[in-house]
Design a protein around this ligand. Structure first.
Ligand code: NAD
Length: 333
C-alpha cells in the first residue's frame, strides 16, 4: 500500500517536499490545501492532482469524507500548526507536522492528545532521523565505538534576510532562531548522545533589537546535562551563515557531521576516517519511512512521533526560561 498525502502550505519547504516525493516508492502526493487558488492550479498541473483533492483553509475539514487521502503534511508557519493538526486529526486523517511542532510544549501536548483521541498518528518532520551518515554515527555509538559519550557540540545558524517575514514575527514563529534552526542542535544532542537531558542553562545575545523584536531571539548559547554524565554545548543563531556542525566525543573517539543538518550532501567523519554513507534526498527517504511508520507500524531507529517532538518543545520552553532568569532549569521529559 502507498501512503496518499495532501500537503498543507505550498511555500518554500512544501515545494521541496513535493519535488522530493516524486521519487518516493511508498508515499505519493495526491492533494493540496492552500489559501492561494493560483498555487492550487499550478500544483494540480505539475503533480496531476484531481480537483476533488484540493482544499483551502476554510473547507479542509471536509477531507474527512475523502477516502483517497490518508495523511496531511502540515508545512505552514509554526503558529498555525496546532490548530491545523487538530483539525486534521478531527477529520480522521494521519498528521505529519513540520518542526517546530508547535509554539510550546503545552500546545504540542494538545496536538498529541487530539491525535490519540481521534485514533490517528502524528509524526513530526525530523528528516535527519532518516539520514544515512547520521544513522551510521548512531550505529557506531550504540556499538560502543566512541566509548562512553561525554560531550556534544551543536552549532546551528544562518543569516536571516527580510525583516518582515513570518520567521521574525513572534505570533507566527513563536520565537526566533531557536524555533527554526536551534531546534536542530537540541534534537541532535538527543539523537547523537542517545539520552534525554535533565538540565539546561542558556544565555541570549541580541545585537540587533530593531530586527529581532521582543520575544524573537537572535542568538542563544545553551548547555544541556545528560543522565549518563555527558554535557552538550550549543549555539543557535540568525546572524551567522554556514553554521551547521555537530561534534560528539567519547572516551574512545569522536564523530563529526559538517554539514550536519542542511539539505545535503551531509558529510561525516570519525577518528576512524571519513564516513562513506549514501547521499540521499532527505525528504524522499523521510516520506518513504513515514509511510512505513503510518501504514505498517514500522519503528524508526530514532522516533519521530509527537511525544518525541514535545520533548524538544519542553527543552525550548526551558531554554527561554533560563535566558530570562539565568537559572539552571531541571528538565522532566
Ligand atoms: P514559507 O514562508 O516558504 O511557506 C509558508 C507557507 O504557508 C506559504 O505558502 C504561505 O502562503 C502559507 N501560509 C498559510 N497561512 C499563512 C499565514 N497566516 N501567514 C504566512 N504564511 C501562511 O515557509 P517554509 O520555509 O515553507 O516553512 C514552513 C514550515 O516548515 C515551518 O514550520 C518551518 O519551520 C518548516 N521548515 C522545515 C524545514 C525542514 O528542513 N524540516 C525546512 C524549512 C521549513
Amino acid at each position: 500500500k502507498i501512503l496518499r498525502v495532501a500537503i498543507m502550505g505550498l511555500g518554500g519547504y512544501g515545494t521541496r517536499v513535493a519535488e522530493a516525493m516524486k521519487d518516493c516508492k511508498r508515499a505519493k502526493l495526491v492533494g493540496v490545501i492552500s489559501g492561494t487558488p493560483s498555487k492550487i492550479t499550478d500544483w494540480q498541473k505539475k503533480y496531476n492532482i484531481p480537483e476533488k483533492n484540493c482544499y483551502n483553509y476554510e473547507n479542509f475539514d471536509a477531507i474527512k469524507n475523502n477516502p483517497d487521502i490518508d495523511a496531511v503534511y502540515v508545512i505552514t508557519p509554526n503558529g498555525l500548526h496546532k490548530e491545523q493538526v487538530i483539525r486534521v486529526a478531527k477529520a480522521g486523517k494521519h498528521a505529519i507536522c513540520e518542526k517546530p511542532m508547535a509554539l510550546n510544549a503545552k500546545e504540542g501536548q494538545e496536538m498529541v492528545d487530539a491525535c490519540k483521541a481521534n485514533n490517528v498518528k502524528l509524526l513530526v518532520g525530523y528528516r535527519m532521523h532518516f539520514e544515512p551518515h547520521t544513522l551510521e554515527i548512531i550505529r557506531m555509538r550504540n556499538a560502543g565505538e566512541f566509548g562512553k559519550v561525554l560531550f556534544f557540540q551543536g552549532l546551528s545558524g544562518f543569516t536571516i534576510g527580510d525583516p518582515t517575514q513570518w520567521r521574525l514575527n513572534k505570533a507566527l514563529a513563536g520565537g526566533g532562531s531557536m524555533m527554526d534552526i536551534g531546534i536542530y542542535s537540541i534534537n541532535g544532542s538527543r539523537y547523537m548522545i542517545g539520552e534525554d537531558p535533565v538540565w539546561v542553562t542558556a544565555q541570549e545575545t541580541k545585537n540587533n533589537p530593531q530586527k529581532f523584536k521582543e520575544g524573537v531571539d537572535e542568538t542563544i548559547q545553551f548547555q544541556l546535562g545528560f543522565p549518563g554524565g555527558a554535557v552538550a554545548s550549543c549555539l543557535s543563531t540568525y546572524s551567522m551563515n554556514n553554521l551547521d556542525r555537530f561534534f560528539l566525543n567519547g572516551t574512545k573517539g569522536f564523530a563529526e557531521l559538517l554539514p550536519a543538518t542542511g539539505y545535503g550532501p551531509i558529510k561525516g567523519r570519525t577518528n576512524k576516517g571519513e564516513l562513506e554513507a549514501p547521499v540521499v534526498t532527505h525528504q524522499t527517504v523521510q516520506m518513504d519511512a513515514m509511510a512505513g511508520i503510518i501504514l505498517n507500524n514500522e519503528k524508526p531507529v530514532v522516533p519521530v512521533d509527537g511525544e518525541e517532538a514535545v520533548k524538544d518543545l519542553k527543552i525550548i520552553d526551558a531554554i527561554y526560561e533560563a535566558c530570562k532568569t539565568s537559572n539552571k532549569i531541571e528538565l522532566k521529559l
